[in-house]
Ligand binder design. Structure first.
Ligand SMILES: *Cc1c(COP(=O)(O)O)cnc(C)c1O
Ligand SMILES: [Zn+2]
Length: 404
């Protein structure tokens, strides 16, 4: 806890009422039921070890920054070498077409080929330090694959609740890592509810990658540390595909921490990109609302990694929308057709094969430049969140429909 009796440099705080809780495996505020976030005693952390010295450590990937992650001192990380992914200049976009500078943060270079490895490495480390033997999650694919891999590494039992729309490549990967799979009818939101019930029943740590598990969300901050360390500059825009949005808000939190540490003096504008066929956060942004409502229609998109209607937890979307607005950023939608063109362009002209959900970030950069939002001379980073090889069936199905 913060205050005199504090044992560690971090604790949990309610994002709704501000009540502090010790860093235990909690998912909701005990006072009001609101979602929780990890808070830190930054002064104490940075006075012992300045941010630059963390960055300069030889340890690879996210664990360079372990003092800024919610793990107890002395806990061995559950790691597969996540983070430290390349930040690649885009030769075909930006510099040649628009006179802005575009960098692609290639998260498909992570051990299970998506950024989820950052949060699952932290979450499994937390699960082990709490002495848990079992983990569960709801997943549209990449969280389940990463949870299965890191649970295998940690020696914990893992059950993944999946909607029927989960790509077969990802299902096979989860099975290969030894996870137990439970199919749930309906959308990701239905799988979310089932996993929450089962976590309670089994006494398991719930790793679902919404804002549910505050420990997991923290892993996403390391993306910001790495982008800044690679560029030695803060991008004007950071463009991120968004389901519920913990990647986007985690990344922004990382920049806010560097501001507090005195290593940067400005924050980036955050762009949240959704599939036009399932875009509850975009809808609220466009209608000028503060509160996100569940997506009313069907989830009409093949971008399974971001197709989250937020049916039973729209307040997660509200949290993300608040970050986008606070940063001076925007929410934007990309159609499936544009995703397919962009996926091909990225593969053929940049050598990066990305999954449909991921290419939305690059497609959005083009749309933002065309609309005049991104200006000449600006520095832009788009996050390529996951690898196309895990999503080949969607590409094949799309080709079959003959829309070109
Ligand atoms: C999970 C995921 C996202 C969305 O991230 P959120 O933090 O859930 O908003 C985007 N792209 C890919 C490939 C993903 O797996
Ligand atoms: Zn509360």
């Amino acid at each position: 806890m913060n205050g005199a009796g504090r044992v560690y440099d971090f604790w949990l705080v309610c994002t709704r009422c501000g009540t502090s809780h010790p860093a235990l495996p909690l998912y909701q505020c005990r006072a009001c039921g609101g979602s929780l976030e990890v808070a830190y005693d930054y002064e104490r952390i940075f006075s012992r070890l300045p941010f630059d010295r963390m960055s300069a450590r030889t340890a690879s990937g996210i664990w360079k920054y372990r003092e800024l992650l919610p793990v107890f001192p002395g806990t061995d990380p559950v790691t597969l070498g996540e983070g430290g992914t390349p930040l690649l200049p885009s030769w075909r976009m930006g510099s040649t077409e628009g006179g802005f500078q575009l960098y692609l943060k290639n998260e498909s270079a992570n051990p299970t080929l998506a950024f989820k490895d950052r949060s699952l490495s932290v979450a499994l480390t937390a699960a082990r330090q709490f002495g848990m033997t079992e983990v569960v999650c709801a997943s549209t694919g990449n969280t389940g694959v990463a949870a299965a891999a890191y649970a295998a590494r940690a020696g914990l039992r893992c059950t993944v609740y999946i909607p029927a729309t989960t790509p077969p490549e990802k299902l096979e990967a989860m099975k290969a890592y030894g996870a137990r799979l439970e199919m749930v009818s309906g959308s990701f939101s239905d799988a979310y509810a089932t996993s929450a019930d089962e976590a309670l029943r089994l006494g398991a740590f719930n790793l679902t990658s919404t804002y549910l598990n505050p420990h997991a969300v923290e892993g996403n901050k390391t993306l910001a540390y790495e982008i800044f360390t690679s560029l030695q500059a803060v991008p004007d825009w950071i463009v991120i595909p968004v389901g519920a949005g913990p990647l986007l808000s985690g990344c922004y939190k990382g920049f806010r921490e560097m501001l507090l540490a005195g290593v940067i003096d400005q924050l980036p504008r955050m762009v949240g990109v959704q599939a036009s066929g399932c875009a509850p956060i975009l809808q609220a942004f466009e209608e000028g609302r503060q509160e996100v409502r569940p997506w009313g229609g069907s989830t009409a998109t093949l971008a399974s990694g971001i197709a989250d209607p937020l049916s039973t937890y729209p307040e997660d979307g509200t949290r993300t929308l608040a970050v986008i607005r606070e940063s001076g950023g925007v929410a934007i939608g990309v159609s499936d057709l544009d995703m397919h063109h962009c996926r091909r362009m990225l593969a053929e002209r940049e050598g990066i094969l990305a999954e449909l959900s991921s290419v939305t970030a690059v497609a959005a950069v083009k749309a933002l430049y065309d609309s005049g939002a991104i200006r000449a001379g600006e520095l832009v980073t788009a996050v390529v969140t996951g690898h196309g090889i895990k999503d080949m069936t969607a590409a094949i199905n799309f080709e079959k429909t003959g829309v070109e």
